[in-house]
Design a protein around this ligand. Structure first.
Ligand SMILES: [Fe+2]
Length: 298
């Protein structure tokens, strides 16, 4: 039996979705940016994404032909209040610890600085900010059979990560490769929301995600027993108004899921008279005003 289904079957998820939807994963994350030059340099040089293409004022970055990050260039974009809802961080998932170590070398080599480094038990993660203040996480997952599930859900610690151990004695300023490996994906998106209970309920009942771990001020949800595809917190955004549409920062993000699941979500939204646009997938704003595009698995 694959470890993925074993985890989901034998462990108790904290709050299972009423009607779970399977096969959801994050797709591209779009950021509205004012200084395209600095942002392009960061995402290519410090992170190692390739510039894949462009449409109008939107530049696409990723690996191979897969788009992971889109930068929408709006030089006059208003600055959102510091405590506005939006992106806490976008997290790039690497397939192996050695790949995370190389990602760290690219960051250090470029002169960018980390803002944090944590061992979360399920994963090891590095944190930094891009030049316009968008949070970025780089991480790899420990094997699923090592994840600490209990009846209370999944334990997600924030222990100190030993960077020297991660680098393994190799030159911290000499990355093996200038670009991220082919298997790199957006592993999760962590949001600043205005009310965790309201948002958690929406992602659970509308999108069919399961709650895997929760604090009074944060919640983590996923499909198929993953530790989390969506994180949310009110650490700086409790009861704050949503950022003005078109502000610098998160413009929206994709969730990729099977076509039948998009139909299910559309029915649930319609049943609650929740505004959405059913075109080329489905576009909706969550209770904190964050735009999500549901894209059908190709
Ligand atoms: Fe994260």
């Amino acid at each position: 039996m694959p470890s993925q289904s074993k985890s989901a079957n034998v462990k108790t998820l904290l709050r299972p979705a009423d009607t779970a939807i399977h096969g959801i994963r994050p797709g591209a994350v779009r950021l509205t940016v004012r200084d395209l030059g600095r942002m392009r340099r960061f995402w290519t040089h410090s992170i190692g994404l390739a510039e894949i293409g462009s449409t109008g004022n939107v530049l696409q970055f990723g690996v191979g032909q897969r788009v992971l990050i889109e930068l929408e260039h709006v030089p006059s974009a208003p600055l959102p209040p510091r405590n506005a809802t939006g992106l806490f961080h976008v997290a790039l998932l690497f397939a192996a610890r050695s790949e995370l170590a190389d990602a760290l070398r690219r960051v250090l080599q470029s002169g960018a600085r980390l803002s944090g480094a944590s061992d979360h038990l399920v994963s090891e993660a590095l944190y930094l900010d891009d030049p316009e203040g968008n949070g970025v996480e780089l991480y790899w997952d420990r094997p699923r059979h090592q994840w600490p599930w209990s009846d209370q859900g999944l334990k997600l610690a924030s222990d100190r990560l030993d960077l020297e151990d991660l680098l393994g004695g190799n030159d911290p300023f000499k990355a093996t490769s200038a670009v991220v490996p082919e298997m790199t994906v957006i592993g999760h998106v962590h949001l600043k929301v205005s009310d965790v209970a309201v948002s958690e309920n929406w992602y659970r009942t509308i999108l069919g995600l399961d709650v895997t771990s929760a604090l009074p001020s944060a919640s983590f949800l996923s499909s198929d027993g993953y530790h989390h595809h969506i994180g949310m917190n009110t650490w700086s955004s409790a009861a704050c108004p949503t950022a003005e549409i078109g502000s610098q920062g998160l413009a929206g993000f994709e969730l990729v899921l099977p076509a039948a699941a998009v139909n299910d979500v559309a029915e649930r939204l319609a049943g609650k008279n929740f505004a959405h646009v059913r075109h080329d997938g489905l576009t909706v704003r969550d209770p904190s005003g964050i735009q999500i595009r549901l894209r059908e698995t190709s």
